[in-house]
Design a protein around this ligand. Structure first.
Ligand code: NDP
Length: 324
């Protein structure tokens, strides 16, 4: 039996319950992994609340890194004792989890399990956003909301590495300092000023080529106002709540704009795509070109506090849960 954070009823952080569960035996193509660090992601809060429905009861979590404890049939390339990281294994808030070998990445020797766990879901998201959703080109100016958050810090660094000019938004002075450290050229405190007016001023009225908006309800309308003609609004999340239905005519009025609502799973469509994105991400980490900030570590038993801090807007970078 291993410890696990279980959801028996949807609701606030108080529904998270530490339980003891029997780990599943790994089937064909699967690995059983001792979890060293599980990543906390905003999607976990959506699943906990039931906004993204999951059959109850369930063990929360999707991401982590750890050590292979057992190997299922037909697995090649992995052995007991290997360090692996993953972004899409349901039930990762636990002492052990079963991971698809095709979607497990061998952690490079110079990267810790904690950094690997912290890099996966948010790092792969930042990677597909700047390479596939709106591919940042040298000279582009882009707007990154919540630039000191988990995705935000990585997105800022990856957009800068592609030659972009980054305008970040944040809510506090501490977060502003972190966004600047990550390379943001300009930082707007969007809780104090109208960020679209500021973007207008910063770009001399030209607007930005793309807005990466994971905040949703509170930012969507003004995000659209920031775009240059033919610019792209990549709405990739809803930390402030879901965006109401949109009239497509607004895209015309705004200047032949593009609106997309991308998701990670569609950008890890094959094991090859998963590997390619991981290789690029971990090469940047190993070379010191990408800094992965771990903003908080919590024992698995304190998953509730981690969720309260994340939803309370008190966190920066990545939150990790550490099994006992
Ligand atoms: P963050 O670390 O970015 O935390 C959320 C941040 O959003 C907060 O720190 C806060 O930053 C900002 N925020 C603004 N308004 C609110 C509000 N009302 N309540 C809470 N937070 C608010 O989280 P993640 O990096 O885990 O995720 C960021 C977004 O990316 C989420 O919407 C998530 O769902 C999405 N996502 C989407 C993926 C995809 O493939 N589509 C994959 C991964 C994540 P500040 O205080 O500076 O305003």
């Amino acid at each position: 039996m291993v410890e696990a954070v279980v959801v028996r009823a949807n609701g606030g952080p108080e529904v998270l319950e530490l339980a003891r569960v029997e780990p599943r035996t790994p089937g064909a193509g699967e690995l059983l992994v001792d979890v060293r660090a599980a990543g906390v992601n905003y999607i976990d809060t959506y699943q906990r609340r039931g906004i993204y429905p999951v059959d109850l009861p369930f063990t929360l979590g999707k991401e982590g890194a750890g050590v292979v404890a057992a190997v299922g049939e037909d697995v090649t390339g992995f052995a007991v004792g290997d360090h692996v990281a993953w972004a899409e294994a349901p039930g990762s808030y636990a002492g052990q989890v079963v991971v698809s070998a095709a979607m497990a990445f061998p952690v490079p020797a110079d990267v810790t399990d904690e950094t690997a766990a912290a890099a996966m879901l948010q790092g792969l998201t930042a990677h597909y956003l700047v390479t596939s959703t709106y591919s940042v080109k040298p000279g582009d100016t882009v707007l990154v909301h919540a630039a000191a958050g988990g995705v935000g810090l990585l997105l800022t660094q990856l957009a800068k590495a592609r030659g972009g000019r980054v305008i970040g938004t944040v809510s506090t002075a501490e977060k502003e300092a972190l966004a600047r450290e990550a390379g943001a050229d300009e930082v707007i405190r969007y809780t104090e000023t109208d960020f679209a007016d500021e973007v207008d001023r910063i770009t001399g009225g030209a607007g930005v080529a793309a807005v990466y908006d994971g905040v949703g309800k509170d930012t969507f309308d003004r995000s659209m106002a920031c775009l240059a003609p033919r610019g792209m609004l990549a709405l990739f999340g809803a930390s402030s709540g879901p965006v109401p239905p949109v009239d497509p005519q607004r895209l015309n009025a705004g200047g032949s704009l593009f609106l997309t609502r991308p998701t990670l799973a569609h950008h890890l469509a094959t094991p090859e795509e998963f590997r390619r994105r991981c290789d690029e991400l971990f090469s940047a980490i190993s070379a010191g070109r990408l800094n992965v900030r771990i903003g908080g570590r919590y024992p698995l038993a304190e998953a509730r506090r981690a969720h309260e801090d994340l939803e309370g807007r008190r966190t920066t970078g990545k939150l990790l849960l550490i099994p006992g």
